[in-house]
Design a protein around this ligand. Structure first.
Ligand code: GSH
Length: 327
């Protein structure tokens, strides 16, 4: 069957296939797991790779943040999809114009799924962003954000100016601690908000939302009086957590029912840590598009929000750096 006639709506339409028999949400592992590395099939060449992202997606935004921090803008071009993920999945701007969204410059694809089908017409996974695309062999190098940020951290160092090459977001000496934090933050926070929001039973929802807030309590203690999660420096652990926390009050509190507390009122240390990253480092603010974020979630999950009404608040989406609580 050709890629144009095969019905893949069970894979592209997120409202059709997301919960397990017990009502819980089970995220499947990413499929493309190659590495850009010297001597490998995917060599670190300037201009060879293309990054497909959504500003709405926390996983994709990790890769945008690391791309900026490492100064890889000239090495890796980016295309941003429209935030309105519908029955065909993520659309490009040529079929769904939205401020800040792009058309696909490589193939004029209409949807992200077309890229997956081009690589493998029998693909059975989800059509997710981010995608790191190899223009030389027309292949998907990798579609797992945690691995893409590891590549960006080191693969191009030889070709970068020394100040950028020296930036290490996964330093040898801190790896144990970073891995340890990543593990429970991924399960209960990054993915915990999705498990909470996509749950279709009371039991599955509570089994996600309670551990989520226990982890936020734990993070609040870790971040009290500190600017970074691990050691005294910015690491990938901060980046991986930031993308979830910055979406929390604008989206997850309402849309995903993560409403035991808000970040701004319930977690002052987490909130300050987030505001410092956002307001002091343009890698965080320039890759954060609240229009895409809010539109995406409230529009794209009709099983949760069938009328697609996007709430007006919170105002502001993120508090200023210097801000006094009113008591
Ligand atoms: N484990 C992947 C997850 C990526 C992912 O799930 N992206 C979502 C957007 S936030 C997506 O594209 N979903 C489309 C779908 O599942 O149909 C990663 O970290 O890269």
């Amino acid at each position: 069957m050709s890629s144009t006639t095969r019905d893949v709506s069970h894979l592209s339409d997120i409202s059709k296939s997301i919960s397990e028999p017990d009502g819980s949400f089970n995220r499947k592992p990413s499929v493309f797991r190659n590495f850009v590395e010297k001597g490998g099939a995917f060599a670190p060449e300037k201009g060879r790779y293309h990054l497909y992202v959504s500003y709405a997606c926390p996983w994709a935004t990790r890769t945008l943040i690391v791309r900026k921090i490492k100064g890889l803008e000239e090495f890796i071009d980016v295309s941003v999809v429209s935030p309105r993920m519908g029955a065909h999945g993520w659309p490009f701007a040529n079929v769904d114009a939205f401020p800040g969204a792009d058309a696909d410059p490589l193939f004029g694809a209409e949807h992200v799924k077309d890229l997956y089908m081009r690589v493998n017409p029998d693909y059975e996974g989800r059509f997710t962003v981010p995608i790191l695309w190899d223009k030389k062999t027309s292949a998907i190098v990798n579609n797992e954000s945690s691995e893409i940020i590891r590549m960006f951290n080191t693969a191009f160092n030889d070709q970068l100016p020394s100040d950028k090459a020296a930036i290490d977001l996964y330093p040898e000496a801190l790896r144990g601690e970073i891995d340890g934090i990543n593990e429970w933050v991924y399960d209960t926070v990054n993915n915990g908000v999705y498990k909470s929001g996509f749950a279709t039973s009371q039991k599955a929802y509570e089994a996600a939302v309670v551990p989520l807030f226990e982890s936020l309590d734990r993070l609040e203690k870790i971040l009290t009086g500190k600017d970074y999660l691990v050691g005294d420096q910015l690491t990938e652990a901060d980046i991986r957590l930031f993308v979830t926390i910055v979406r929390f009050d604008p989206v997850y509190v309402g849309h995903f029912k993560c409403n035991i507390r808000t970040i701004r009122d319930g977690y002052p240390a987490i909130d300050l840590w987030m505001r410092k990253l956002y307001w002091n480092n343009s890698a965080f603010s320039s890759t954060c598009n609240f229009e895409h974020i809010k539109t995406h979630y409230y529009w794209s999950h009709p099983q949760i929000n069938p009328h697609r009404v996007v709430p007006v608040g919170p105002i502001p989406n993120i508090l200023p750096l210097h801000h006094h609580h009113h008591h």
